[in-house]
Each structure stands twice: as structure tokens, then as C-alpha cells.
Design a protein around this ligand. Structure first.
Ligand SMILES: [Zn+2]
Length: 202
């Protein structure tokens, strides 16, 4: 279960990145990565609307370019967008210059001061460079909804066990996550609401 909640040691390595934002009032920060995705993101937006919740969407630049109407819908419905690179790059595999260029390419389509590195993988030099222009957001809990080998029951169990005040929680508005995302999201929201959590954007 350490996979779902990153270790302190790992957090310390990512200097200046945000994992959790503790508030006086119990708060959950819902985030959705890798969209906009046709037939997925719009359904997420409808679920969020039905509970009157705002969330943060870390979009892939290429997907925004290909689905501008869905991206507009995210913003017009009161949610916040963040940059998740243009091509979903793994920071460890790219030279700083290329990586930063790719973030800048995504920024042509996504106006935001929020950035989340794909896979949570970013080199310290890349993090340092991006922090000049971005708040770098990691997470307190990753649901692993994208893994079809995990059951919705298991994912929900981890959410109930590991989420806490200020948790930044990651879901994915992607095809890969579809099965688990829609099985888990409404139940997780109901759980948090019953426990008295509020929802906020980054
Ligand atoms: Zn991603």
C-alpha cells in the first residue's frame, strides 16, 4: 500500500513539490490526470456536477489540442486545469531542455500555473527549473484506477484507509482507467461527504 501513499523519504527528494495541503476544515483535493478524453472526461464532469464538486484536471497538451471543446467544458464548469506535459513524458528519460520544451508546448494549449510530472517522475534539475513558473503538484494518494488488474473494491478500500485531511488524490480521466474510475468515483465521493470532507481545487 506504500505505492498508493508516497513515502516521506521520496517526498523530501522532490524539493518544493506539493503533496498534501492541510486545512482547518477537512478537505480533499480531487485531481484527474491524462485527459481530456472523449466519452470519459465529460462523464467525470457530470458526476462532479451532480455532487456540486470542483476538481483539478492535469491535462496532456496533445489531448487538449485534439479535444478543445472538452477542455473548454472543464473550465466553463468551474474546474481548474494544470499542465501535464505535451506528450506525457517521463522526466528521468529526457534531457532537461527537451522536457522543459515539452511543458512549454503544452502551455500553448493550457493556461495554468500548475504542473504535475507524468508518472510522478522528474529530475531535481527539471523540478527546480519548472518551479520558477509553476506550482509542482504530486499527490498524497494515487488510486491506481488505471490498473485493470486491481478491483474497484480494492481501490475503494485503499481510498477509505489512506485519504486524510488535505490529501491530493489522483484519478485518471483516461480510457485505461474507465472501468475502475466510474465504479469507484461516486462511492469515494459519498464516503468523503459522509465523513464531512469539503472539496477544493488546487
Ligand atoms: Zn499522467
Amino acid at each position: 500500500m506504500l505505492v498508493e501513499r508516497p513515502l516521506r523519504l521520496l517526498r523530501a527528494f522532490y524539493k518544493g513539490a506539493i503533496w498534501r495541503i492541510r486545512k482547518k476544515k477537512k478537505t480533499i483535493y480531487l485531481t484527474f490526470d491524462d485527459g481530456p478524453t472523449p466519452d470519459i472526461t465529460n462523464r467525470v464532469l457530470d458526476i462532479l456536477d451532480s455532487y456540486n464538486i470542483k476538481a483539478s484536471f492535469f491535462c496532456i497538451g496533445k489531448n487538449v489540442k485534439n479535444n478543445p471543446a472538452i477542455y473548454k467544458d472543464i473550465l466553463s464548469r468551474g474546474h481548474v486545469a494544470g499542465n501535464h506535459t505535451h506528450n506525457h513524458l517521463k522526466g528521468f528519460e529526457w534531457k532537461d531542455e527537451k522536457y522543459i520544451e515539452n511543458v512549454a508546448e503544452a502551455a500553448k494549449h493550457i493556461k495554468s500555473n500548475l504542473f504535475r510530472p507524468p508518472y510522478g517522475r522528474i529530475q531535481p534539475s527539471q523540478l527546480k527549473a519548472l518551479r520558477k513558473n509553476y506550482k509542482v503538484i504530486l499527490w498524497d494518494l494515487v488510486t491506481r484506477d488505471y490498473n485493470p488488474k486491481l478491483s474497484a473494491k480494492y481501490i475503494l478500500f485503499n481510498i477509505k484507509l489512506l485519504s486524510r485531511n488535505g490529501s491530493v488524490v489522483v484519478f485518471h480521466d483516461s480510457k485505461k482507467a474507465e472501468k475502475n474510475l466510474f465504479a469507484v468515483l461516486p462511492k469515494a465521493i459519498k464516503f468523503w461527504q459522509e465523513k464531512g470532507y469539503e472539496f477544493s481545487v488546487l
